[in-house]
Design a protein around this ligand. Structure first.
Ligand code: AMP
Length: 282
């Protein structure tokens, strides 16, 4: 497995593999790998000859009061996991390599970021779209794999690939959860014992919503009310948003609109100092 930190070297390596007729699949990550990431990699390996993983904590997607400096890192362990899974290469640039002095070009979508996480994280999706575009140009994959854990991000990447005519197939992978239902996330490491158990309410409120829809509830307001009640039962949880929205546009279901098709229920909370997100298709 090659470990590459220079852009020039990464592109040269990908070009060499492509010249040999190999198909490349790419899994971008911010590291501190868990089973969610590994599932994306396993899926990738089924879909192409060579798997390339990137590990880069992208400063451009963090706001000034967010957790860039404390974001968990474990590069040695991550590299071992990538090696074990059979990655052909891991790209680990530093921030100076990706955003050299004078950097000033960003990729921005006009509508999808105006929902859900974009509202409380105004630079987040600009940072994501920019870094993913750069990584696509550097790694030159045929396919790339993203998790539905970050449903809005996946939607935005698919849109960006269409809008910019990028010739890359985007593959989405369902959320990987702990045995008790908590969606896996590098940020779960921040949680203390009692927060870890409070965090189960996220999945529980989504399950309750699904159950309500299954038993005939079609009014999104009632489902949202129930979910808020479940989350608010824990004083440590501060809701950022709980939304039921259209799967494609991410527009909230309007006043009086009924659930008459699969819709996305998505939520974000602060649990102490930790921001957690989760979602489910209802
Ligand atoms: P991150 O390192 O958090 O930026 O995530 C890298 C990729 O892994 C993204 O495409 C995420 O959506 C995906 N991912 C993270 N956690 C999970 C999970 N629990 N299940 C599925 N995919 C995940």
């Amino acid at each position: 497995m090659k470990i590459i930190s220079s852009i020039k070297e990464m592109t040269a390596h990908s070009e060499e593999l492509r010249r040999k007729g190999r198909t490349l699949v790419f899994v971008p990550t911010m590291g501190f790998l868990h089973k969610g990431h590994l599932t994306l990699m396993e899926e990738g390996k089924k879909q192409a000859d060579d798997l390339i993983v990137s590990i880069f904590v992208n400063p451009a997607q963090f706001g000034p009061n967010e957790d860039l400096d404390t974001y968990p890192r474990a590069l040695e362990r991550d590299l071992e996991l990538c090696e074990k899974i059979g990655a052909a290469a891991v790209f680990t640039p530093d921030a100076g390599e990706m955003y050299p002095e004078g950097f000033q070009t960003y990729v921005e979508l006009t509508r999808l970021p105006l929902h859900l996480c974009g509202l409380s994280r105004p630079v987040f999706f600009r940072g994501v779209a920019t870094v993913v575009t750069k990584l696509f140009n550097i790694v030159r994959p045929h396919k790339a794999v993203f998790g539905q854990k970050d449903f809005q991000q996946l939607t935005l990447i698919r849109q960006m690939v269409r809008d910019l005519s990028l010739n890359i197939e985007i593959i989405g992978v369902p959320i990987v959860r702990e045995a008790d239902g908590l969606a896996m996330s590098s940020r779960n490491k921040y949680l203390n014992e009692s927060e870890r158990s409070d965090a189960l309410l996220l999945h529980q409120s989504l399950l309750k919503a699904k159950e309500m829809v299954a038993s005939g509830e079609k009014n999104p307001a009632r489902i949202l009310e129930q979910a808020r009640q479940i989350l608010n039962s824990c004083p440590g949880i501060k809701i950022d948003y709980v939304s039921i929205c259209d799967i494609a546009t991410l527009d909230n279901l309007g006043e009086g609109e009924r659930i008459d098709r699969p819709v996305l229920m998505a939520l974000a909370v602060m649990l102490g100092k930790t921001r957690l997100i989760d979602n489910m298709i209802l």
